[in-house]
Design a protein around this ligand. Structure first.
Ligand SMILES: [Zn+2]
Length: 472
């Protein structure tokens, strides 16, 4: 699989950009496309879809209007008052199974006083478009919309054929779990969203030290579980200190859990991720560590993992993660309670057993009066093959825009809607095709969220290019 990927990247960079499409007059006017994408993104940001309550129906109606005017088939739903779901379809000749092009319309809330601009004005300042949702996820929503318009104008309307349906999905409620969004669509209209491939949010395109370096395409994700740690003990009046005080016991247990490290675990995705990143990463010591960790030599792997542990996000993709998030207990300042508890959020590597994590944590705590139990068990989904035609289409489309950029499979530490699709048997890939540095990326869910205009243009080309290729 690795060799296959490397080969496809190599051949892609040998083919001059878009010659095939240009020869048939299918290459869009990208300056006009960018202007149109910016206009739609501004309109979408100006429709306030902060979830809760969401009010995505306004955005859904806007999208429906744009797509209908273009002569594209649409299906609009209102899953609950104010919520919206829009599915639009460009029909292919049926040779292949459909491909989904997904984005969510809802956004997270804002702390208005921490913004230097109005989060819903969609202001353009010095080559950036500001606004809540600019990168999560209205940027991709606008780029997906533009891709539908361009496929209609440059392929369908010119007598070209799509080998599969391209299904545009704009959904609600992603930021609050998706029950009124993708969950609702799958439960109520599975026939509209059944596909071979799905392109969703969930990846990264990273500028490191000023240079666009890599596009991480999410093909699998860690699985989230909730654990409770409950310490039992002797209660009593606080005037008489007790060694069996469960607060001390919980403190010792949490200290032991905090010091515990889950074993190193590589999977095909993370091995390929570090192998490829090692070829482009600008910092020598980390580059070496990436090559080490991706090697098959246990001692090299451990050495590499020690270096990469300094970067929390790299450490998080190398092992199961355990975070303490809530501590509860006590009723009065002068009463020793009989029970106190803490909540742990555990993220297991795909295929790893949370029961084994619990066993290791119990051993680390080593106290029969401390209970560790699973309060909420997450469900695993199979990884999507990074040798598939969809992955190759994304890689080739990216290389066509920037031949120097590495395209790597990626396991996200966070959960996305893609897991639902993978559980249904679809191959789902998460991207965020807008090259950004760490500072811009950190504004996601934060203040002064913004998208570099050049990155919006880049991302639109990549999505269109990927969809063009996968429908050949
Ligand atoms: Zn999102």
């Amino acid at each position: 699989m690795r060799r296959f990927l490397a080969l496809s990247l190599m051949t892609a960079s040998l083919i001059p950009t878009g010659t095939h499409a240009q020869a048939r007059g299918e290459e869009p006017d990208w300056a006009a496309a960018q202007e149109e994408t910016v206009r739609h993104l501004q309109a979408l940001i100006r429709l306030n879809t902060v979830n809760p309550p969401g009010n995505e129906i306004a955005a859904a109606r806007y999208l429906e209007d744009v797509l209908k005017r273009e002569g594209i088939e649409t299906h609009l739903f209102e899953p609950a008052p104010g919520r919206g779901a829009l599915v639009a379809r460009l029909r292919g000749d049926g040779t292949k199974q459909p491909v989904l092009l997904m984005a969510h319309m809802d956004v997270v809330g804002v702390e208005q006083d921490k913004w230097s601009v109005d989060p819903f004005a969609a202001a353009i300042r010095e080559d950036y478009l500001y606004g809540r949702g600019a990168i999560d996820d209205k940027g991709m929503l606008a780029a997906n919309l533009e891709t539908m318009l361009l496929l209609k104008r440059h392929v369908v309307d010119r007598g070209g054929t799509l080998t599969r349906d391209v299904v545009f999905v704009a959904n609600s409620d992603e930021e609050a779990g998706g029950d009124w969004g993708m969950g609702w669509l799958i439960r109520n209209h599975p026939e509209l969203v059944t596909a071979e491939f799905a392109l969703n949010e969930g990846g990264r395109t990273r500028i490191v030290q000023g240079k666009p370096l890599y596009m991480a395409v999410q093909n699998t994700e860690k699985v989230s579980h909730t654990l409770e740690v409950i310490a039992h003990g002797t209660g009593g009046h606080a005037s008489v200190p007790l060694r069996g005080n469960p607060v001390w016991r919980l403190g010792r247990a949490l200290a032991a859990i905090g010091a515990h490290r889950e074993p190193l675990g590589l999977n095909p995705t993370t091995r390929e991720f570090f192998t490829q990143l090692a070829t482009v990463w600008p910092v020598r010591i980390e580059r070496q560590a990436m090559a080490d960790v991706a090697s098959r030599d246990t001692r090299r792997q451990q050495r590499g993992a020690r270096v990469l542990a300094a970067v929390p996000v790299f450490d998080a993709v190398l092992r199961n993660g355990v975070s303490a998030t809530i501590v509860k207990g006590g009723i009065r300042e002068n009463v020793i309670p009989t029970e106190v508890s803490a909540t742990l959020n555990v993220r297991t590597l795909p295929g790893a057993s949370v029961d084994s994590v619990v066993r290791r944590l119990r051993a680390a705590v080593n106290d029969s009066l401390v209970e560790i139990r699973i309060a909420d068990r997450g469900s695993d989904a199979p990884a999507s093959d990074f040798g598939s035609p969809m992955f190759r289409a994304i890689a080739d489309a990216t290389k066509a825009v920037d031949p120097d950029m590495a395209v790597v499979p990626y396991m996200s530490t966070g959960a996305t809607d893609s897991a639902r699709l993978r559980q249904m048997g679809m191959l789902a890939y998460g991207i965020l095709p807008f090259p950004m540095n760490q500072d811009d990326e950190d504004r996601m869910h934060g203040s002064d969220e913004r998208i570099p205009l050049a990155s919006l243009a880049f991302g639109t080309k990549v999505i269109y290019g990927a969809m063009y290729r996968v429908t050949r």
